[in-house]
Design a protein around this ligand. Structure first.
Ligand SMILES: *Cc1c(COP(=O)(O)O)cnc(C)c1O
Length: 392
């Protein structure tokens, strides 16, 4: 995580806000602070308070386009938050009202952009439509003497660097039509991680596309560039260790599932990488066979289809490490049905795959090779060897 955070801060030509929702664990906030992160993208009053406690003095941007008045007021008056995002005139009016018509606000218009290549869409629900954006940009420009900006989210786990450039072009057109210059261009999150069958291009290609997009925008000399990575900073930072409670044919019943840390494995059917550990700690890798997982709750939604390739000999009492769960894993955990209790321990081994040179860039998918070739790219990050040395 600190390697990812340092990489982003060194390579991104602007300010890096960590999107707290990806993993709001206090240890994550504290480690990011140690890695030099001073800016946080928050979406609720709880996240504001969390950052205030574990990263005191840092800068927060309240980027949820729909906020309660209480949250806005408390963020502004109690925690010094000055940056707020919105996608309607009503929310802008609410922000102005709840801050006592403050004149020192940074007002960021969230635009809905058409973006392809993301696993998760974040534009269906939020973002002003392009034809309504100019009026809102103009209203924002008039409402503040501080920074006025534009933001978007291309969707999470974005596999196409050019999606950022395309979104920036859409934002630029709205700014030109409004006849205003933005002080902030915030390209949001969406930067990918590695999962089985999903090997994104080099992260540097994303930043290069953003550079090109920024160069083509009509901005002024001091316009700031921001980004809000969530997944890309924390996905590699955690694994989940689960216990096999029962084996029934190719189904393994585990003590965690869709209501715990495996939301994406159940609902997105992502086949996260797995590793079998015997009770004595031995790692077994031979004789792989596809398995499905079931979680511990009583309903049939609690099913992770995988396929997860594990040794045929896997059995009750064995442990399975499920990798790449640092983002949107713990964050989604509920206590439904009395399950969901976890312990957190710090370990020093490499992630199962890495965008930052800490491990290989791909995870075997056990698909026929012809199918795999479409998505796998074997390029290595620039300076990977040097980065690896810096790990811890
Ligand atoms: C979720 C979210 C992010 C982080 O998205 P990732 O895909 O995890 O990088 C950033 N900004 C906003 C406004 C978000 O809602």
């Amino acid at each position: 995580m600190s390697v990812a955070a340092r990489w982003f801060q060194a390579e991104f030509k602007g300010d890096v806000f960590y999107a707290v929702k990806a993993n709001p664990s206090p240890w994550v906030i504290r480690e990011l602070v140690q890695a030099g992160v001073r800016s946080f993208d928050v979406a609720s009053l709880n996240e504001v308070e969390l950052v205030a406690e574990h990263a005191p003095g840092s800068r927060m941007a309240f980027m949820h386009p729909v906020k309660s008045r209480v949250a806005i007021s408390s963020a502004y008056f109690d925690h010094g938050v000055r940056t707020f995002s919105f996608d309607t005139h009503e929310e802008l009016a609410k922000i102005l009202d709840a801050t006592g018509n403050a004149k020192d606000l940074n007002l960021i218009v969230r635009m809905g952009v058409q973006a392809e290549g993301a696993a998760y869409s974040l534009s269906g629900k939020f973002g002003v439509e392009p034809h309504n954006a100019p009026a809102l940009l103009l209203a924002a420009r008039r409402a503040t003497q501080d920074l006025m900006g534009v933001s978007f989210h291309v969707g999470s786990q974005c596999m196409r660097p050019t999606a950022y450039q395309a979104a920036m072009a859409q934002a630029s057109r709205a700014l030109v039509r409004a006849g205003v210059l933005a002080d902030v261009v915030d390209v949001g999150g969406g930067f990918p991680s590695v999962y089985p069958g999903m090997v994104p291009p080099d992260m540097s290609e994303y930043l290069a596309a953003i550079d090109r997009g920024f160069a083509e925008m009509m901005v002024h000399e001091t316009t700031e560039l921001w980004c809000e990575p969530g997944r890309a900073l924390v996905a590699e930072a955690s694994s989940l260790l689960v216990k096999v409670e029962l084996k029934k044919g190719d189904a393994l019943y585990l003590n965690d599932g869709s209501y715990g840390s495996l939301f994406d494995a159940a609902h997105m059917k992502w086949p996260f990488p797995v590793k079998l550990l015997r009770k004595n700690g031995d790692v077994v890798e031979e004789g792989l066979k596809p398995f499905r997982f079931y979680g511990p709750t009583c309903d049939s939604v609690d099913h992770m289809p995988g396929p997860f390739y594990l040794p045929e000999s896997v059995d009750e009492g064995d442990y399975i490490e499920i990798g790449m769960l640092g983002a949107y894993g713990v964050a989604m955990t509920t206590r439904f049905n009395g399950f969901g209790e976890t312990d957190t321990v710090e370990v020093q081994d490499a992630p199962m795959a890495s965008m930052y040179g800490l491990a290989k860039r791909s995870i075997p998918t056990h698909k026929p090779e012809s199918e795999e070739r479409k998505v796998v790219r074997f390029s290595r990050p620039k300076g990977a060897a040097g980065k690896r040395k810096r790990r811890r």
